[in-house]
Design a binder for this molecule. Sequence first.
Ligand code: AMP
Length: 223
Amino acid sequence: MTSPSSATARDRLIVLLGTPGAGKGTQAKRLAERYGIPHLSTGDMLREARAKGSELGKKVATIMDSGHLVSDDIVSALIDERLGDGSTARGAVFDGYPRTATQADSLSGMLARHGRKIDRAILVDVPDAEVERRIVGRRICKSCQTPYHIEFKPPKVAGVCDLDQGELIQRPDDSVEKVRTRLGAYHAERMVEYYDAKGILTRVDGLGAFDQVFSRLVAAVDA
Ligand code: AMP
């Protein structure tokens, strides 16, 4: 593996795509570190605005809690600000943005004003059935919050925490119905199709160990 400094010569503007539960967010952070470029997650920016209690944060709170998308103008303005502040001079990893064709067109337009364009959209490809298996099997100890998974990290005794014998529960967001709704919303965004039609989509197998998937992503970025 090469060092971050030797990997920053090119302008790398990368859109990372993938379903919830595909590991996209963690991989995006690590890619950003690897190339020494910012990780631009509109979800993180909006959560930060909420935590600060800013006007924007108050405006988006209800929409975010409902699981719907906030307006294209709001998220594109957040990205525009970052593109104008110099931090993305050597590239950026976009995560959770764009999510609609309007946002994707805005992004191209904003970049074009700086004489730049998206290099690659990379899909962390995990089949929906596997995403369901990963998310629906999650359990958490009701008292100490230790995470488990019924298949990948089972407790010694089913339903009971190894550490404090607390009850293991499933978070409401991890129910099969909720996961299917989130997967449906993701597919309806059609960003994979959008970038495929532009001829800049690379599909990376998202199955396997984290490091294995990361190596495949690096190979896709460097290709
Ligand atoms: P995420 O962490 O990416 O799942 O984002 C959390 C929430 O923030 C989403 O459910 C949306 O309400 C909002 N959000 C994040 N990114 C976008 C985006 N690109 N377009 C619209 N809403 C977004």
